[in-house]
Design a protein around this ligand. Structure first.
Ligand SMILES: *Cc1c(COP(=O)(O)O)cnc(C)c1O
Length: 354
């Protein structure tokens, strides 16, 4: 606290990102990064761009990246907004589209950045309780007085998927407001709502290259929606930072979108490892929620989750534990390489035997 802080800063409750430890040779399963590297084509595009051109500002609209996203998804590039990671795209969406005099709705358990943006922009919100089994009930969002709705699908940290038909039912029923669907994990087994953006002018779908394209360190994300929604986002972006994506990010992200083979191969490997890890942990007595993400959400009926996380840490394995109501007995575990998953299972076996 400082007397020099503005009133706004005094009132903020910032987001706390998962730990990025400085130590190497940890089994790092705490922030849902992809265990496989980025597309080699993305890496060579970045290497080729690292030179004299960095003198010059990048394309403020990152058209090359927008076109690569458009080509991948089969939508017009006027339907695409890009940003410095999807967190930035989300932030602009909160300010441009979700700030109204009626409350924004989102689940009680979801990405913890949502209430942070509400705090930053002074957006009032109400949370809607997930059902007992942590699924989203669309029904609960249909009648309520609201100024906007945001859902992560699959949801984080629960890993549960809302079926596309249910997303459509919500979007169709709430044409009075914007529905934002944050699809950070959709490529690990879900069906994207991107195609619906061509039919529903109130739907904005946000995706990231941090997870399924293994580029968390490059910072690239995008939104897809009706050109009128995109224009709203651009107005905010051009009032904040005209060059959110640097030259390296633009070429790297574009090449990653184009390398469909690498994308398919690595996401398949993550999904296979998820199935293996789920079976192993179930055999150890864990309850594992059905996951459509690159992480699982699990609890053990006889073991305290915080203690388990601490015991794993002494074995150099880091997972995420949230000290929050309803989920404080769960661990969120990112899917690692096969070796990392095996190390985790071995460590859990030792801990549970002790
Ligand atoms: C990881 C994540 C993001 C943010 O990803 P960026 O790295 O900022 O692109 C957004 N939403 C959810 C639910 C996430 O888990």
């Amino acid at each position: 606290m400082s007397r020099y802080w503005s009133d706004t800063v005094r009132r903020l409750t910032p987001y706390v990102p998962g730990e990025q430890p400085k130590l190497t040779n940890l089994v790092k399963l705490n922030t849902n990064e992809n265990p496989y590297g980025p597309s080699p084509k993305a890496l060579s595009a970045i290497a080729a761009e690292a030179g004299d051109s960095l003198r010059l500002y990048p394309d403020p609209n990152a058209d090359r990246f927008r076109e690569a996203v458009a080509a991948f998804h089969g939508v017009p590039s006027q339907c695409i907004f890009v940003g410095n990671g999807s967190d930035e795209v989300l932030a602009h969406a909160f300010l441009a589209l979700l700030q109204h005099s009626r409350p924004l709705l989102f689940p009680d358990i979801t990405y913890s950045f949502y209430p942070v943006y509400c705090g930053l922009y002074g957006i009032q919100y109400e949370t809607v309780a997930l059902s007992e089994d942590f699924s989203i009930r669309v029904e609960d969002y249909l009648q309520r007085e609201a100024g906007g709705i945001i859902l992560a699908n699959p949801n984080a940290p629960t890993s549960r998927l809302l079926a596309l038909g249910e997303v459509e039912r919500l979007v169709a029923a709430r044409q009075d407001l914007v529905v934002v669907v944050d699809e950070a994990y959709i490529d690990f087994g879900g069906e994207s709502a991107v195609a619906l953006t061509q039919r529903y002018p109130n739907l904005l779908v946000i995706q990231t290259l941090s997870k399924s394209r293994s580029l968390a360190g490059l910072r690239a994300g995008y939104a897809i929606g009706n050109p009128a929604l995109i224009e709203g986002l651009e107005r905010v972006k051009n009032s904040f930072n005209s060059y959110p994506l640097d030259r390296l990010a633009i070429v790297g992200a574009s090449a990653a979108m184009a390398d469909v083979d690498w994308f398919e191969e690595t996401r398949r490997k993550v999904m296979d490892s998820r199935a293996w890890l789920t079976r192993q942990m179930q055999a150890q007595g864990f309850e594992v929620l059905p996951s459509a993400a690159n992480f699982i959400f699990a609890c053990h009926p006889e073991q305290d989750a915080a203690e388990l996380a601490a015991a794993l840490r002494t074995r150099s394995i880091i997972v995420r534990h949230f000290k929050l109501p309803r989920i404080d007995q769960y661990l969120r575990i990112s899917i690692g390489t096969d070796t990392e998953c095996q190390l985790l299972v071995k460590a859990l076996t030792e801990i549970l035997a002790a």
